[in-house]
Design a protein around this ligand. Structure first.
Ligand code: T1G
Length: 690
């Protein structure tokens, strides 16, 4: 018996059980043990073998932490090749998940049975690589070229039912014991006299239904700027046009090419980021408080979204509004959100029927909640009143959270007798869809309250990032700076439409002006007093005039763009262009040309510079926290890893020098963050601080 692969017999059936928690990742040690177990089966008089995973899933894929390191024998492709050539039949019994190399191992087996509920897929392209252990050669032989192309280039898993329909598995069975399912199927195969059935011996797959150039156009449209999907399709093409051996070699060549790309490094960084952000030294060994019931104060867009996210997580929710009518309106909004979740396949009708939502107009109804999230109007006075009432009704030990997007959480806490229990939980609209949650921690907050906010965030499916207290915390503070850089460029001659296009070409799903129109110009609008503008002082933001003209974006049909039936996604507006020309004339600005490169460099330099200030001041604990905020809350392209990872790739000295150059015509705005200069001068990178 070895510690990562157990070997035992049931009559003529050998059972090889992989036991490498937490996800049976196919790291080097496991590969050595698995090869030894396969060789033991070959020498054994057992007639058939079953390969099964212990714990919650079959095999979670190659060990992502080994990427970029020199691979050690046995390589996964070799191990799978050896498995496939075993003279006696081997059955893969799949439960939970068979992903990446895990599915490739299953395809190296001769037969496959999956338990209902299992998910099977090739997520490699989401890590910037491709299935590099034979998946691009075996999958098309088993499910056909078109289905294999979809499976491999999308990175999306399929469930066991779909897998059976496609032929990815031979059987799909009910139950929750993969060992039993594997033994039963192996017994049947023995009775049928089944023999080893190497996928490699199956005929080469036919060319796809659409020609390869169409596929490339499609993939570039679906994944703009990304290369892994294109290369993965090339590997599948090799399966159709080369011998199995040559196809394997071509897959390896393309895999090695992708491993060395910045996109792979960025995407693997993003993968681990989702888990690292919640690993904070201050929370080590800190137990979160139990959360069995949640209260929400305020049933507007945010309050209803937060309540939706909590009921979707299976938590009972009590939502407080000021009147029955407002409470009913909130319930309607939540019901609509849940309809959307059912449509998106995020909620079954059965689970929908079991959600536990109570609306009320009485603060007392919140008294038993373990956490209450306040989401009322963004006014310190209003929030202080709400927290004063909560302070009187909530049970001891309850966590009082505010969803404020920029107010001082410490000041809100200061109005209560239980400052240690007060924290910020800043959700992003729509709160039941956006993954980012900023947990804003004033100095007065107790560590277990922070741990509770993180635990609740995880339960709600959020990626929680710790933020310190300042105007805008991490995301909105950095946003205000790179938006200001865009505003400055428009004043100097760039068109807002060109800025959007340049940043979408960089990889943002939407440029800043389309985002503003979508969110509403009233949302981002900072009053003159909040900007600290003195009476008569010129507002640096020309676009505030749009707000003042009542052009709020999509919701009013006009913002930066015009939205109507001719152009539901918006089209440029001559009136906006004229307004900008007027403002330039007022300020005596002679417009100049901005290339796409100029636009991207200025916009991202402002983003990185303010991010460096945010890390330097401790508002974000690490650069990876900033990457997480921009990736999961602000549409930064995942395959660039986030602004700090992008900055490391560009080079911090280059960014420092750009700030100095821009400062020549605007020294007030372009002041290099001390941390950026310090790291650049010492030739260090942001990742050195992670
Ligand atoms: N390698 C290393 N560590 C992994 C891992 C992996 N493949 N998958 C998960 N972990 C860690 C994770 O960081 C976390 O660590 C812990 O395990 C629990 O993860 C040759 C080259 C399998 C569906 O992309 O999708 O195969 O935070 O919280 O919610 O072609 O993990 O506890 O320290 O996510 O139950 C392809 C990625 C690799 C699968 C389980 N495989 N993982 O979800 O647990 S490339 C993947 C997942 C490849 C081949 C190529 C999920 C999961 P910590 P978790 P979970």
């Amino acid at each position: 018996m070895t510690e990562t692969v157990h070997y035992d017999r049931e009559g003529q059936i050998a059972i090889l059980t992989v036991d490498n928690p937490p996800v049976n990742a196919l790291g080097h040690a496991l590969r050595v043990e698995l090869l030894a177990a396969i060789e033991r089966f070959e020498a054994d008089d057992a007639e058939i073998a079953v390969l099964v995973g212990a714990g919650r899933l079959f095999l979670g894929g190659a060990d992502v932490s080994e990427f970029g390191k020199p691979p050690k024998d046995p390589w996964l492709p070799e191990l799978i090749g050896h498995l496939e050539r075993v003279a006696k039949p081997v059955v893969a019994a799949i439960h939970g998940a068979a992903l990446g190399g895990g599915l490739e191992v299953a395809l190296g087996c001769h037969y496959r049975v999956a338990l209902a509920g299992a998910k099977l897929g090739f997520p490699e392209v989401s890590l910037g690589i491709l299935p590099g252990a034979g998946g691009t050669q075996r999958a098309p032989r088993v499910v056909g070229t078109d289905a294999a192309l979809e499976l491999i280039t999308s990175g999306a898993p399929v469930d066991a039912t779909r897998a059976q329909v496609m032929g990815l598995v031979d059987r799909m069975v009910e139950g929750d014991d993969p060992r039993l399912a594997g033994i039963a199927y192996a017994g049947e195969l023995l009775e049928q006299g089944a023999v080893a059935r190497p996928v490699a011996d199956m005929p080469a797959p036919a060319a796809p239904g659409r020609d390869w150039s169409d596929w490339n156009v499609e993939l570039e449209a679906r994944h703009p700027g990304q290369i892994a999907q294109i290369k993965a399709a090339e590997a599948v093409r090799a399966a159709c046009e080369m011998s199995f051996e040559d196809g394997l070699a071509e897959e390896r060549r393309l895999f090695d090419l992708l491993v060395d790309t910045p996109q792979r490094e960025a995407l693997v960084h993003a993968f681990f980021l989702e888990r690292q952000v919640s690993k904070l030294p201050e929370l080590k060994g800190v137990e979160p408080r139990a959360v069995e019931a949640v209260g929400v104060v305020g049933g507007g867009t945010m309050g209803s979204g937060i309540a939706t996210a909590a009921v979707l997580a299976g938590l009972p929710v009590t939502l407080l509004e000021q009147s029955e009518e407002a409470a009913d309106k909130a319930r309607l909004t939540i019901e609509k959100n849940l309809d959307g979740a059912v449509k998106r396949g995020k909620l079954t009708e059965e689970k929908r029927g079991r959600i536990d939502l109570t609306t009320t107009t009485d603060f007392e109804a919140l008294s038993e909640a373990d956490v209450v999230v306040e989401a009322v109007f963004e006014s310190m006075d209003v929030k202080r009143q709400v927290f004063d009432q909560l302070d009187h009704v909530m049970k001891d030990g309850a966590v009082l959270a505010t969803n404020t997007s920029y107010l001082d959480v410490g000041e809100i806490a200061g109005g209560t007798r239980r400052r240690a229990d007060v924290i910020g939980m800043h959700f992003f609209s729509p709160a039941h869809v956006m993954k980012l949650l900023e947990v804003v921690v004033p100095d007065t907050t107790a560590p277990e309250v922070t741990a509770t906010a993180f635990a609740l965030g995880k339960r709600m499916g959020k990626i929680a990032v710790r933020a310190g207290v300042c105007d805008g915390f991490i995301g909105n503070r950095i946003l205000s700076h790179y938006r200001a850089a865009a505003t400055e460029m428009v004043l100097q001659g760039a068109s807002p439409y060109r800025i959007d296009a340049a940043l979408e070409a960089f990889g943002f799903a939407m440029g800043p002006y389309k985002v503003a129109d979508l969110a509403g110009l009233d949302i981002g609008y900072m009053t003159r007093e909040r900007k600290g503008l003195q009476t008569g002082e010129v507002n640096p933001d020309w676009d505030d005039r749009l707000y003042e003209m009542g052009r709020l974006g999509r919701k009013t049909g006009r913002g930066y763009y015009i939205y109507d039936e001719d152009s539901p996604k918006g089209r440029p507006d001559e009136e906006v262009t004229r307004l900008i020309e007027e403002v330039r004339a007022e300020r005596g600005v002679e417009p100049r040309e901005f290339t796409d490169t100029d636009i991207v460099e200025r916009y991202l330099t402002a983003m990185v510079n303010e991010a460096a200030r945010v890390v330097g001041e401790g508002i974000a604990k690490r650069p990876l926290d900033v990457d997480a905020v921009l990736l999961f809350g602000y549409g930064f392209p995942r395959w660039r890893g986030g602004p700090m990872t992008y900055a490391d790739h560009v080079g911090l000295a280059t960014l420092r020098d750009r700030v100095a150059r821009y400062a020549e015509d605007n020294p007030d705005f372009w002041q290099a963050a001390p941390l950026l200069v310090e790291l650049a001068d010492s030739e260090k990178q942001f990742k050195d601080l992670n």
